[in-house]
Design a protein around this ligand. Structure first.
Ligand SMILES: [Ca+2]
Ligand SMILES: [Ca+2]
Ligand SMILES: [Ca+2]
Ligand SMILES: [Ca+2]
Length: 381
């Protein structure tokens, strides 16, 4: 009796395996191990270890088509092996934090910094099983978009007028927002590495010195600078917003206590509202916005070299066919949250120096952003 039962179980298992095998979409898929060697081009590792290999680096690879992620950490020889990956096109993202103590050994100044590097859309199909990824020191000399709250308020119908953009001074010096542009990238031009094609462009007011932002300080640009809790109880108070997109001639809110952004180019939308599903915005600085050219579709062309920072979000981060920003500006996308969930996207910390938070900017939102359960205007989590 016992023998019969035991014999039955393997048969059942084999049957399940056969059934599963029939359903598999890629029955011929081959798994292989991929070895990553991380090399530093900044000279930091050379100064610290007398070699350019980078130990303790985080290596993440992400399937472009399926969104599947694998990760590993480099060993003392700067090598990480990621096992059993499938042949596919991948984005590779590598980062290694340099502690204040490590940086002090090299520069004499105890500041946390980040080594990072990436490759986009590289094919790993098993024909080669090793790749070298070069990292360099992240540049910190600019404003960055530190948070975008775009998803809309929960339990308030389809209320999304509480959207805001937070801009952070990631440098050691006071910077000015005067005349900087905020623009929305239009769809269909992600392959253009030279220009961001924009159908909505707004500009900060000021003559160059009117709107200073201290190191580590941040400013809020609201869709509407009002207390949104009156319309959506679970939302936020933006009546103290630093700036707002106001279109009073079109019936939009205009809080007299909140400075208005200047409308440069606008489409048929009521307000400069971001999509609650997927969208991409850039901040940029040009000498004279009136000299910018347009494409045949009526989109303003902002030169990529004028872009200070950009961020892209997708409701489905496995679907890069919807991406609007070129990989030079943002090689990835954050988001992956439902609309009207009240969540927000926030740029990650790279470190701290002298009590000031330094935010991470690899020009890859998939690496650089986290999702917050609720928005945090004027603050970093
Ligand atoms: Ca508005
Ligand atoms: Ca106003
Ligand atoms: Ca950036
Ligand atoms: Ca924030």
């Amino acid at each position: 009796m016992k023998i019969i039962i035991n014999a039955g179980i393997p048969l059942l298992v084999i049957g399940c395996l056969l059934l599963t095998g029939c359903k598999k979409e890629t029955p011929t898929a081959v798994e292989f191990d991929m070895t990553f060697v991380v090399m530093d081009e900044s000279g930091f590792m050379e100064a610290l270890t007398e070699g350019n290999l980078v130990p303790n680096a985080n290596v993440r690879i992400r399937s472009v088509e399926y969104g599947t992620e694998y990760s590993g950490v480099t060993d003392s020889a700067g090598v990480a092996i990621i096992s059993k990956i499938l042949a596919d096109r991948y984005d590779v993202m590598v980062s290694r934090e340099l502690s204040p103590e490590e940086v002090e050994q090299v520069t004499g100044s105890p500041q946390a910094r980040l080594l990072s590097g990436q490759k986009t859309s590289v094919i790993y199909d098993g024909s080669k099983e090793e790749d070298t990824i070069y990292v360099n020191i992240s540049q910190l000399g600019s404003f960055v978009i530190s948070e975008v709250y775009y998803s809309g308020a929960p339990e308030a119908g389809y209320y999304f007028h509480d959207q805001f953009t937070e801009i952070y001074n990631n440098t050691e010096d006071t910077l000015h927002l005067d005349s900087i542009l905020i623009a929305e990238a239009y769809k269909g031009y992600a392959t253009d590495a030279d220009y961001v094609h924009c159908r909505i462009v707004w500009q900060f007011p000021g003559d160059g010195t009117n709107y200073p932002v201290a190191p580590g300080e941040m400013k809020i640009v609201a869709q509407d600078g009002i207390d949104h809790r009156e319309q959506a109880p679970l939302s936020i108070d933006l009546s103290n917003a630093d700036f707002e997109y106001a279109r009073p001639a079109h019936g939009d809110v205009d809080n007299p206590d909140v400075t208005n952004m200047i409308e440069i180019l606008h489409d048929t939308r009521f307000d400069f509202n971001y999509s609650v599903f997927r969208d991409a915005i850039v901040i940029a600085k040009v000498d004279d916005v009136n000299t910018l050219e347009f494409d045949a579709g009526g989109n303003m062309l902002i030169p990529t070299e004028a872009v200070i920072d950009g961020v892209e979000w997708l409701d489905d981060v496995t679907d890069y066919s919807k991406k609007k920003l070129n990989a030079v500006i943002d090689a990835g996308a954050t988001g992956n949250i439902p609309s009207y969930c009240g969540k927000s996207i926030e740029r990650k910390r790279a470190g701290e120096e002298g009590g000031k938070i330094i935010l991470q900017d690899n020009n890859n939102s998939a690496m650089d952003f986290d999702v917050l359960d609720s928005p945090l205007p004027w603050s970093i989590h």
